[in-house]
Write a protein that binds this ligand. Structure first.
Ligand SMILES: C[S@@+](CC[C@H](N)C(=O)[O-])C[C@H]1O[C@@H](n2cnc3c(N)ncnc32)[C@H](O)[C@@H]1O
Length: 339
């Protein structure tokens, strides 16, 4: 006769595959932020990227990264930085390789160095393209990107050029322009929306500067009601802005998300968090010495996981929302088999 012993502490040991996925972390990877280069020709004073070592992935390293990501069954690759991905000599090669490996690609770029060939490459191969403008005037552009009025103008022209090409070739890419919010930039929000909409982007996106707590929800509502239409949307992490009132309580103490979302920097190293590139405590491994698979199976990743103190992390970080969800994995659940 079989009688339930209610010994969940032992039952759980039957699910070694589940524990392996979560704790040993094999093939948990879903999204990877990939820095092709640390070089950048913008001068953003508050840049959260890391270009201190000017490193750049070689063609062979790009090949190894893609092979590694494929082996991990990674789904999405965000080309970002670090530096400016469009000035990497292997920008096109990397896109073609990642695409051929069956992964979807997003791109964050300052958008100043686009030419016709790059526009076409992006429009035909990527899922999303976001230009970081972060200003609605040349004056604000100088403050946030450290760049001159002619660079602001060139970027606006490129936004228009890309929007036109997208329409001409019927590309389904989601094309938007980003704006980082803070007390300093708040005054440019409306002008930013206007100029982005006029140039034909699909969306304007607002995000807070890392660690900033200015709640712009009311302003967003008013901008949405004035400027949104069927061809133009204003997007933002509304959840993030709402949660600014309650940032004391993250709702979790461990960064579970680091197993699902990672960063490969332009010096061929892997980090637990995009906010902590080049931080020893967040270093997972060097791809010169180990594959992603062996990093994910190894002891170091769990050591980092155990040592990260989420109280020291930026508020509302990239992994924040799914950390909250993943934290529920450790809840005591009665009769979980009866879904
Ligand atoms: C560091 S940039 C590198 C990629 C590319 N050069 C660009 O301009 O998008 C990556 C993203 O980080 C954002 N960023 C830069 N500094 C930031 C900060 N202090 N807080 C939050 N985001 C920041 C930029 O707006 C951009 O979307």
């Amino acid at each position: 006769m079989k009688i339930n012993n209610f010994n969940s502490n032992e039952k759980i040991l039957r699910y070694t595959n589940k524990i392996d996925y979560f704790l040993n972390s094999h093939k948990t990877l879903i999204v990877t932020e990939l820095d092709l280069t640390n070089k950048c020709n913008h001068l953003c004073p508050g840049c959260c990227g890391n270009n201190e070592n000017n490193a750049e992935l070689s063609k062979n390293q790009v090949e190894i990264v893609v092979e590694n990501l494929k082996n991990m069954d990674n789904k999405g690759v965000i080309l970002s930085g670090g530096g400016e991905p469009t000035i990497s000599p292997h920008f096109e090669y990397a896109i073609r390789l990642i695409k051929n490996a069956g992964m979807n690609i997003g791109l964050n770029s300052h958008g100043m160095n686009l030419d016709d060939a790059k526009c076409e490459l992006i429009a035909t191969n990527l899922e999303y393209f976001r230009i970081s403008l972060d200003a609605g005037s040349p004056e604000m552009y100088l403050k946030i990107h450290g760049m001159k009025p002619q660079h602001f103008q060139k970027t606006l022209d490129n936004i228009e050029k890309f929007a036109k090409l997208k329409q001409k070739i019927g590309s389904k890419i989601s094309f938007g322009v980003g704006f980082l919010t803070s007390k300093l930039t708040e005054c440019d929000m409306e002008n930013f929306v206007k100029i982005v909409k006029e140039r034909g982007a699909d969306f304007a996106q607002f995000r807070p500067f890392t660690g900033d707590t200015l709640d712009i929800s009311d302003k967003l509502e008013s901008l949405k009601s004035t400027y949104e239409d069927e061809n133009f949307k204003i997007v933002a992490s509304y959840q993030k802005y709402k949660e600014m009132q309650n940032i004391e309580n993250r709702g979790y103490t461990k960064c579970h998300g680091m197993f699902f979302s990672t960063v490969i920097s332009a010096d061929f190293k892997v980090w637990a968090c995009l906010h902590f590139r080049q931080s020893e405590r967040h270093f997972l491994g060097d791809l010169r010495e180990q594959s992603l698979e062996s990093i994910w199976r190894g002891a170091r990743i769990r050591e980092v996981y155990n040592n990260i103190n989420c109280h020291e992390c930026p508020i509302l970080c990239r992994n924040d929302s799914f950390n909250k969800t993943l934290d529920k994995l450790s809840l005591d659940i009665v009769n979980s088999e009866f879904l």
